[in-house]
Write a protein that binds this ligand. Structure first.
Ligand SMILES: [Zn+2]
Length: 371
């Protein structure tokens, strides 16, 4: 039986000397089994980056174990950069934000403590990298503790377009995720592990908290579809929802998004903030709005409202954001209502995901125009 005690307290950052990997065995470890049974040779597929793979995976599993110890979702990620001289730098470590962190330990943009459900292990990690464009992704190993879902796959695939080509999946078997499509990316090396400690956390969590685990992957059926069903034929309702989200986003410049629940409340809204984060896809507006809506909201019975500044502007997949795309594919909002014109590529993605689209010209902004 695999056990892991966190009675010793805080997570320790591991620094490994890549020029002398055997040093990893001499690092003082407060937990007897905190190496998680990992060996440098597990990451031989990464060649000179094997030490970065070991460091990233150790950091991700430490964080997953901490999350497990807090009765939160035990899924975490870590990104470790290796300099040409071999020095390792941990760029970010993050964990699933569905279940809020204990007070004072909140790392997610979740000041209300209502959970941030678009923070999965991977996206929580990437969200902490304030400027993804400044990172030499070709020298980074990214570890996720669990086989990635479609939202995290889209986000990691975005990083692949920036040069990421080394990923570790520490527990590839407990969840049937999307690792195969990551492996198919040109130039990508994926190390797949079946870490027994990690798998034990995940299976124990899923058995103990089945609702939270199902919600985390968008599998809770909707129970109140009144708003979603009324919306397509009710233009006054469409206008009201657009106005409500617009009121929550007074500084709209490019695009913004809001989640409206069946009781017609705006549960979360966000402006697109990719421009100030080097294009970081986890700062795309819909991704953030779905996170800010909180974990109690079932997106499948809610309306995701997308607003563009100029009513009728085209919003395509790139404009929408790869993480927002993946979040829609995973959580499947009941309807997407927008004052934009949805581009054919995004329309195809949403159709495939089963998300109906309602386009409505925004009379507020068109009345402001010169026509
Ligand atoms: Zn995920």
């Amino acid at each position: 039986m695999v056990q892991w005690s966190r009675s010793e307290g805080e997570v320790r950052t591991t620094t490994l000397d890549a020029s002398n990997p055997s040093n990893s065995d001499s690092v003082e470890r407060p937990l007897a089994d905190s190496s998680f049974g990992l060996q440098l040779s597990d990451f031989a597929a990464f060649g000179e980056f094997a030490a970065a793979g070991l460091a990233a995976t150790t950091a991700a599993l430490e964080r997953a174990g901490l999350s497990y110890g807090q009765s939160r979702v035990p899924i975490a990620g870590a990104a470790v950069y290796m300099a040409p001289a071999g020095e390792l730098t941990t760029l970010a470590v993050g964990n699933n934000g569905r279940i809020p962190a204990p007070p004072g330990q909140c790392e997610s943009p979740d000041p209300d403590g209502k959970g941030y459900p678009t923070d999965h292990g991977e996206t929580a990690t990437i969200r902490q990298i304030t400027d993804v464009a400044a990172v030499d992704w070709n020298r980074v190993v990214f570890t996720t503790s669990l086989n990635p879902c479609i939202m995290c796959n889209r986000t990691l695939t975005h990083l692949w377009t920036l040069g990421l080509n080394k990923i570790v999946v520490a527990d590839v078997s407990t969840f049937e995720g999307t690792v195969d499509t990551l492996k198919a990316l040109e130039g990508m090396t994926v190390v797949e592990l079946d870490n027994p400690i990690d798998a034990e956390w995940m299976t124990t969590f899923a058995r103990t908290y089945p609702w939270d685990w199902s919600a985390d992957i968008g599998l809770i059926p909707p129970s109140d579809m009144r708003l979603v069903q009324a919306l397509p034929k009710d233009v006054a309702l469409q206008a009201a929802l657009i106005d409500a989200v617009a009121a929550a986003l007074p500084e709209l410049e490019t695009y913004g998004a809001g989640v409206v629940t069946p009781d017609k409340k705006v549960a979360g809204a966000a402006l697109d903030q990719r421009d100030s984060h080097g294009g970081n896809p986890t700062f795309s507006a819909a991704m953030m709005a779905m996170g800010r809506a909180g974990s109690a909201v079932n997106l499948r019975e809610s309306v995701l409202v997308l607003l563009v500044k100029e009513s009728g502007s085209v919003l395509d997949v790139a404009g929408f954001g790869s993480s927002s795309r993946g979040a829609c594919e995973l959580f499947r909002p009941g309807t997407l209502l927008t004052n934009a014109s949805i581009g054919p590529d995004l329309r195809a993605v949403l159709s495939e995901a089963g998300v109906p689209v309602v386009e409505r010209e925004d009379t507020r902004s068109s009345s402001n125009s010169a026509r």
